[in-house]
Design a protein around this ligand. Structure first.
Ligand code: ATR
Length: 276
């Protein structure tokens, strides 16, 4: 019987997850389908409570439902427990289980592009303190980064990250960023600045270490103004599309029993779709 999975969000029509999972289903000849379920915020709790009757064997959850999905699960993996957010669902003995694969996506994307990125890194600087930043900060701490400096427009959100993850997180004011970038070897943008339709992220990259890696979780456009400026300085860059592709891997394996690969062909397929 066809195994049905869907991405659950609001809005969700822009999601590239059906394209990604559809590619893997076809490549592996699996009798499965990956669709889209738009569920309004007022309906999400009842939808998840009746998940077993939805016809789905699992799902991905995106904005703004990751916290509701967390609450709805009977059991969750350790990463989801740490973040308070679930992006991957499956049924086990009729009960809803959840995981968070955003951390895996972030780390695997860096690993694939720059295998040694975490070695003797010291301090990393993260811009932003929203939901995506939580996954990034947690991932960096798990990888043994000494300290994660969090610069955010609203300082209280950076402080909330320190309250959650402890004193290795250092929240700073956005206007103090310049000093913190001196000698910095990893800069991560998790804000929406630089995204199509948003103002660019315009910061002075000259204090960064010459061997710094700059990465952006924004992937529309693929080359954000931040990454363009970093490249112009001769710095290494990693774009955000890989995080999207890699975060999809553990869910596919869980639902369909095959660990799929993030191929150059898949990347090109998604890039073509983003340009369409
Ligand atoms: P996500 O789940 O994608 O992280 P979010 O929780 O809405 O989304 O977080 C968006 C991030 O982008 C936040 O860090 C936000 O800063 P605030 O916490 O101060 O809102 C940041 N951001 C969005 N627009 C911004 C802007 N114009 N200038 C600076 N930061 C901005």
């Amino acid at each position: 019987m066809t195994r049905n999975v869907a991405i659950i969000g609001h809005p969700v029509s822009h999601s590239r997850s059906p394209l990604i999972h559809g590619y893997w289903l076809a490549r592996h000849g699996i009798d499965g389908a990956y669709g889209v379920r738009a569920v309004a915020p007022g309906d999400i709790d009842s939808f998840l409570a009746a998940f077993a009757a939805s016809g789905l064997v699992g799902g991905n959850v995106t904005v703004p439902h990751k916290e509701a999905a967390f609450r709805a699960c009977a059991a969750r993996d350790a990463v989801a427990e740490a973040l308070g957010a679930v992006n991957t669902l499956w049924l086990e003995d009729g009960a809803l289980h959840g995981a968070n694969t955003d951390v895996h996506g972030f780390l695997a994307n860096l690993d694939a592009a720059e295998p040694d990125w975490a070695r003797a890194l010291g301090e990393a600087v993260v811009l932003g303190a929203g939901g995506a930043a939580r996954a990034v900060v947690y991932g960096l701490l798990q990888r043994g980064v000494d300290r994660v400096v969090v610069a955010n427009r609203t300082r209280a959100r950076g402080e909330a990250l320190r309250d959650t993850f402890g004193p290795r997180v250092l929240p700073i004011d956005w206007r103090d960023l310049g000093g913190r970038l001196v000698g910095c070897r990893l800069l991560v943008n998790t804000t929406s600045l630089g995204m199509k339709g948003q103002p660019p992220l315009d910061i002075d990259l000259s204090p960064l270490s010459p061997d710094a890696l700059v990465t952006d979780i924004v992937y529309v456009p693929l080359e954000t103004p931040l990454l363009k400026a970093a490249k112009a300085r001769g710095l290494a860059t990693v774009d955000g599309l890989g995080m999207l592709l890699h975060q999809a891997v553990p869910g596919f394996e869980r639902w369909f029993g095959v660990r799929p690969e993030v191929t150059a062909e898949l990347r090109a397929l998604v890039i073509a779709d983003l340009k369409a």
